[in-house]
Design a protein around this ligand. Structure first.
Ligand code: SF4
Length: 253
């Protein structure tokens, strides 16, 4: 009998430690499905960041390294340059990628490093208790902005997928979500493109996923899942740059 739904080979059969309703686990599964479908498990190296996903090695069955806080793209750059035959990806949260590691993330994209960067954007520092992060929405309450983020004091959240799309070194950039079945399927396609950008040597692949953090948002999982729609009003979903599609069309013609 044909099995339409299989457990991904590169996903370890360990119980996730994530809070109920957290979207990290969905992102992990999609990532593993794509690793399997592209047949890159044996040559993939993941760089985990500091944060809720620091135990990436516990779930994803590829070589995983842990970078110091914010330095995942720098570590990925070193590995990819030393061993260009490997497929190297980072898996980072918004605090790690866009605050502490912004310099490394941005300059890796500027240089067009042939790596894939995955940024899980849940608008707070999740593991440390829900503090303001760069992507906290204007007006959003966090433990360090109990009255809501005031842009006059803290500035505005950066729309990194759009910013990266304007960099020459970037081959794929987009923002996605996994709070509906349709969006899960779209996100999976985007994962594949972000890896193909690297596989075809086209440049930096960036994929941002709007993600729920029910515990720090102080919501139940169902409400937090719906709340992602509110995030998507500020951070539009979509593909902002896709050199992979152009490359594939060129191959066909
Ligand atoms: S704190 Fe937030 S991001 Fe971290 S595991 Fe819990 S729900 Fe997920």
């Amino acid at each position: 009998m044909y099995k339409a739904f299989k457990f991904p080979k590169s996903l370890k059969k360990n119980l996730f430690h994530y809070c109920p309703g957290c979207h990290h686990s969905i992102a992990h599964r999609l990532l593993c499905e794509v690793i399997d479908e592209l047949n890159i498990q044996e040559k993939s190296v993941g760089i985990a960041s500091i944060g809720c996903a620091c135990f990436l090695y516990f779930y994803i069955d590829v070589d995983i390294l842990e970078a110091p806080h914010g330095r995942a793209c720098a570590v990925a750059t070193g590995i990819k340059r030393a061993k260009p035959e490997l497929i190297v990806f980072t898996y980072q949260g918004d605090g790690d990628f866009a605050a502490i590691g912004f310099n490394e993330s941005f300059h890796s994209a500027l240089r067009g490093e042939k790596i894939t960067a995955i940024m899980i954007n849940n608008t707070v520092y999740g593991m440390t208790g829900g503090q303001l992060s760069p992507t906290t929405l204007p007006g959003q309450k966090t433990t360090t902005t109990p009255e809501g983020r005031d842009p006059n004091l803290y500035g505005y959240p950066p729309k990194l997928a759009e910013i990266f799309a304007n960099l020459e070194g970037v081959a794929f950039s987009g923002r996605f979500a996994v709070n509906t079945p349709k969006r899960v399927l779209e996100t999976k396609k985007a994962f594949k493109k972000a890896f193909l950008a690297q596989i075809y040597g086209l440049g930096f692949g960036y994929i941002e996923i709007l993600s729920s953090c029910p515990v720090n948002w102080k919501m139940d999982p169902v409400t937090a899942n719906k709340e992602v729609d509110k995030l998507a009003k500020y951070f539009p979903l979509g593909t902002f740059k896709d050199e992979v599609e152009k490359f594939l069309k060129g191959e066909e013609s």
